[in-house]
Design a protein around this ligand. Structure first.
Ligand SMILES: Cc1cc2nc3c(=O)[nH]c(=O)nc-3n(C[C@H](O)[C@H](O)[C@H](O)COP(=O)(O)OP(=O)(O)OC[C@H]3O[C@@H](n4cnc5c(N)ncnc54)[C@H](O)[C@@H]3O)c2cc1C
Length: 519
């Protein structure tokens, strides 16, 4: 049984069983580089989400008796609620979409297969564009404020750059995502956790009329009905499969959450490490969060064993191998192809479900927050659309808004990744030895500029990128590998195991810990 949290008229919390719920950066000299889940249908949990909030929920409309119903479960005059917007997945993209639609006064249901808060494999790096895309007044649960970055090139040529101003922040994803869901609740959305969406249907017996989408839940006979659906169910998205999202770049990220003694934690306070890795396009990171270090690596899918070896070597040479990880996990990241759809009928996709993330850094939280907000706003318009033509127009507007902003940024990221895959040393030399490059990096992480803007505004940057891009062969090893995976999303093929044996398109993938949980 899943759980639902809704707002009552007096702001009281109701927990309902799912059956009944509808400048110049300062640079300091070099220093040493630091001291030595399953994505298939989730098991319904028992814990309700605990939240506080004020706003009363907008209530879903009832299907009026006169709307013709084509042999559906709604037959027999049974009134069933029709939500304006149903959002699938309560990560940053889904919570943002639910918030945006709820503040517009619409009835919104957010469906999440896990119980919240839930673990998510992620560095939790919150750059400026992520901060800027948060709901107004959002209290960011920062675990660390980053003022320094240590760069190394596969463990060598280590150098630390520092900034007077905060570069970016670090969060634990369970806390961050849960706070975002609370914002959506306060805005009036209803949330049901422990429910897995199996599929959506826009035609057929489950669909009462042409303005309605049926959202089918695992283990439940009656689908949830909506005027518009937002798919935000992550990188192995079932809604993305329905829409026909095509992915052009697939990477495997491996991470270990390593509790460390105070003396080690102190050494990392306010500082992250970025290591340009030995595999094409790979890099590793240490993101400190108080008494725990999140240590991870990412590389192209298809090299599971080598990626795992990179993580082990990385942890070893940092002197962290003696500390037992609390959680070890893996997750695939996927980037959409340029021509991939972002909608189908009354269904929109956003965040990882749409393959929206920055191809070079694989930064995805800001893409999830920004596309989620846009999806929530345009879903409201789709919900109001009276016919398929109008719904299509609104969906195209959503796609245009995404492509004009995030799409352009992804284009620049793809070019950077192509060059970086061949010449990691060049990036390392620029960031550690060429102050303007570091300044751009710092401005980018703080949100003062975007990669696309840098290329647009600075002729030198544009020329350098053009020149390097021309010198790189049209195709590289990464592109070849990606092409193998350049297919429509296969739902639940999101695996990444730490033994390196999966993460290559296997099924029953991981959206959380895969092994090594020892806490
Ligand atoms: C190793 C690694 C490190 C990363 N580090 C960073 C970083 O430091 N900074 C950054 O910006 N990005 C990072 N990313 C990328 C970032 O984690 C994602 O881009 C981001 O989580 C996308 O958010 P989302 O809301 O689209 O999807 P998710 O956060 O994946 O949320 C999807 C939600 O949908 C739910 N769901 C899935 N299927 C269903 C279903 N069928 N029914 C109901 N619910 C469902 C899931 O349980 C989940 O809660 C990292 C990624 C990896 C793999």
């Amino acid at each position: 049984m899943g759980h639902s949290v809704s707002r009552g008229q007096a702001g009281a919390q109701h927990i309902v069983s799912s059956e009944h719920a509808a400048g110049n950066e300062d640079v300091e000299p070099a220093e040493g580089a630091g001291t030595g889940g399953a994505d298939g249908p989730g098991e319904p949990g028992e814990q309700p989400v605990e939240t506080r909030g004020e706003a009363p929920a907008a209530t879903p409309a009832e299907i009026p008796a006169e709307i013709p119903v084509e042999g559906s479960a709604a037959d027999g005059g049974e009134d069933r609620p029709v939500w304006d917007v149903v959002v699938v997945g309560a990560g940053p993209a889904g919570a943002s979409a639910a918030y945006a639609a709820a503040v517009a006064g619409r009835s919104v249901l957010l469906l999440e297969k896990a119980e919240l808060p839930r673990y998510k494999t992620c560095g939790g790096g919150i750059i400026g564009p992520s901060r800027d895309a948060l709901p107004p007044g959002f209290d960011l649960p920062l675990r660390e404020r980053v003022h320094a970055v240590t760069f190394s090139l596969n463990g060598k040529l280590t150098r630390t750059r520092r900034s007077r101003n905060m570069l970016f922040g670090l969060v634990n994803r369970d806390e961050f995502d849960n706070s975002l869901v609370e914002s959506a609740l306060k805005a009036g959305a209803e949330v049901r956790t422990g429910v897995t969406v199996s599929r959506v249907e826009q035609h057929g017996p489950a669909v009462p009329d042409r303005r309605t989408v049926a959202v089918v839940l695992a283990g439940e006979e009656q689908p949830v009905l909506a005027r518009a659906v937002v798919g935000a169910d992550g990188s192995a998205s079932r809604i993305g499969a329905h829409v026909g999202v095509k992915m052009g770049q697939v990477d495997l990220g491996l991470e270990a959450e390593i509790p460390v003694p105070e003396s080690v934690a102190e050494d990392w306070a306010g500082r992250v490490l970025v290591d340009w890795g030995p595999l094409p396009g790979s890099y590793g990171w240490v993101f400190p969060k108080g008494d725990t270090l999140t240590v991870g690596v990412i590389s192209a899918r298809g090299e599971g064993a080598a990626t795992k070896r990179y993580l082990d070597d990385f942890i070893g040479r940092l002197g962290l191998a003696g500390f037992e990880p609390r959680i070890s996990s893996g997750h695939l990241t996927r980037c959409r192809t340029d021509d991939s759809p972002l909608s189908r009928g009354r269904v929109l996709v956003c965040g990882d479900a749409a393959g929206l993330l920055e191809p070079w850094t694989r930064e995805g939280i800001s893409f999830a927050l920004r596309s989620g907000r846009l999806a929530g706003e345009w879903a409201v318009r789709i919900a109001e659309a009276h016919d398929a033509v109008d719904a299509r127009r609104q969906a195209l507007n959503y796609a245009f808004a995404v492509k004009a902003g995030l799409g352009v940024e992804m284009g620049v990221g793809r070019r950077l990744l192509r060059i970086f895959s061949r010449r990691p040393g060049l990036f390392h030399a620029a960031l550690t030895g060429f102050r303007p490059a570091w300044n751009v990096f710092a401005r980018f992480t703080r949100g003062a500029t975007s990669l696309a803007e840098v290329v647009r505004v600075h002729p030198i940057a544009r020329r350098a990128l053009d020149t390097l891009d021309r010198r790189e062969p049209e195709r590289d090893e990464r592109a070849d590998r990606a092409e193998e995976g350049d297919t429509t999303i296969a739902p639940d093929s999101d695996s990444g195991t730490v033994d390196g044996s999966a993460g290559d398109g296997g099924s029953g993938g991981a959206d959380g810990p895969t092994s090594g949980r020892s806490a």
